[in-house]
Ligand binder design. Structure first.
Ligand SMILES: [Zn+2]
Length: 190
């Protein structure tokens, strides 16, 4: 009887170690390869600018796929296309229904117009596009969303902060997001 228990115990250990090694061997690239990435579209950039634009977004998506797979899944399932927008007030990106536009303000910012920062932006905007999609499931969805826009911003900022942490981004990027996130929190309490 004791031998039987020992046998089960060994089998149990074997299964545990097999499962653990199997999960170590499969990386995000293998498991996430079936997701379709958002289309990258051009309307306003020159050919040379658009090549750089595509390159930065591709690398940003690579970073998400490797280091923040949850955000990568959110981005791929909820953002249809990523484009560029010429004239915008101080926003770096805008989510419009299921589409995201990176703005000229970002394009001109040589410190932020880089893959790791754009990865944080896509993580943030994908929360907005997913909330948009979710709101479409109810007749009152848009109204509810408008009423909770500050909460949505707080969450979207948290998505970017989480991504930045996973990418070992510099403290200034995380702190900057914490400050704007706090402004939305203050709006809720005032
Ligand atoms: Zn936002």
């Amino acid at each position: 009887m004791k031998k039987k228990i020992l046998g089960f115990f060994i089998l149990f250990l074997f299964l545990i170690s097999y499962t653990a090694s199997a999960s170590e061997n499969s990386n995000n690239k293998d498991t996430l390869q079936y997701l379709a990435r958002p289309n990258i579209v051009n309307s306003t950039l020159s050919d040379r600018e658009f090549t750089k634009f595509e390159n930065i977004i591709d690398k940003a998506l690579d970073l998400l796929q490797e280091y923040d797979p949850d955000a990568y899944i959110r981005v791929c399932l909820n953002i249809k296309q990523i484009g560029h927008q010429q004239d915008t007030p101080d926003a770096l990106a805008i989510a419009n229904m299921e589409n995201v536009c990176l703005t000229e303000s970002l394009h001109k910012d040589s410190i932020k117009y880089v893959p790791w920062f754009v990865a944080g932006i896509l993580s943030h905007e994908s929360l907005h596009t997913s909330m948009y999609k979710y709101s479409q499931t109810s007749i009152l969805g848009d109204l509810y969303r408008t009423a909770h826009i500050n909460q949505e911003e707080i969450l979207a900022h948290q998505c970017a902060i989480n991504t930045f942490k996973k990418l070992n981004a510099p403290d200034w990027a995380i702190n900057e997001h914490r400050i704007t996130q706090q402004q939305f929190k203050d709006k809720l309490t005032n």
